[in-house]
Design a protein around this ligand. Structure first.
Ligand code: ZN
Length: 273
């Protein structure tokens, strides 16, 4: 697998160009030849989901996903119910936006043991399955890097995500594979093969070495140590040929020129993805 992916598959997550308003992001991506957009929920605050979706499609791009629901884990039952409610509202927004799925950051709470947390996540997703069917919006479980196991996700490997999704056994639930979170795992190739048709999304960025911030120092593809092209090969072998989504949380990049950054993304996509 040494060829570059088709540019038709290039998608950018709006958080990547956080300083741009959604309309500016849409125009900038379309001008650079990008074909898909993943929308960070906060970015729709001004336009609203319906208008945001129309605007994206009007610019010749597809809506790839809405980010992000979840945060289902808490030692407080009321908070768990609120998280389900908030995710349901986000699924309704996704339906209006025209996003096929909502990405889930499943949640964690330092006060809740990880095995109990995974049970809470399963219960919450199960509660939302009828909504997923009603709305025609699927849920993509995104395992996060284990450095986030305290407060963001008790699901930290693709193996755990596969266990969860297999236990739920429902067409409306699948996985999102993000190289930033999963590149270190020696079971990754096998677990990607295990996903098969359950892969709903593929996210790329790079792991800078040294990395200076646990949340907001992701690298542009090629700037770090992740074998992105190799992992893409595994994902394609599993059957996923959908959008390849660039998702870069970076304080350094947000401080720079966003139009130049989008051009760098297009170049790095061709060279390193
Ligand atoms: Zn991601």
């Amino acid at each position: 697998m040494n060829d570059s992916p088709s540019v038709d598959r290039l998608c950018i997550h709006t958080i990547t160009t956080k300083p741009l308003a959604l309309e500016e992001a849409i125009d900038t991506y379309a001008a650079a030849g990008v074909r898909g957009v993943t929308v960070w929920a906060d970015a729709m605050a001004q336009l609203g989901p319906q208008a945001a979706g129309d605007r994206i499609r009007g610019a010749g791009m597809q809506v790839v996903s809405l980010c992000r629901g979840g945060f289902f884990v808490s030692d407080d039952k009321t908070r768990r119910m609120e998280a389900v409610k908030a995710t349901r509202a986000m699924m309704e927004d996704a339906a209006q936006l025209g996003a096929p799925h909502v990405v889930l950051v499943c949640g964690a709470d330092p006060a809740v043991p990880l095995d109990v947390a995974r049970g809470q996540i399963r219960d919450a997703i199960e509660t939302l399955l009828p909504d997923a069917e009603r709305l025609g919006v699927r849920l993509a479980v995104e395992p996060l890097h284990p450095m986030y196991a305290d407060t963001r996700s008790a699901i930290v490997t693709l193996g755990q995500a596969n266990d969860l999704v297999e236990a739920l056994a429902h067409d409306s639930v699948g996985v999102a594979i993000d190289v930033y979170h999963l590149w270190w795992d020696d079971a990754l190739q096998n677990e990607i093969a295990r996903c098969g048709e359950r892969i709903m999304a593929f996210h790329v960025s790079d792991w800078k070495s040294p990395t200076t911030d646990l949340l907001n120092d992701r690298g542009l593809m090629g700037e770090g140590c992740i074998p992105i092209r190799r992992i893409r090969g595994w994902v394609e072998s599993a059957g996923f040929l959908g959008p390849i989504e660039v998702e870069i949380f970076s304080i350094a990049r947000w401080a720079g020129d966003q139009r130049e950054f989008v051009r760098d993304i297009v170049d790095a996509y061709g060279a390193h993805v």
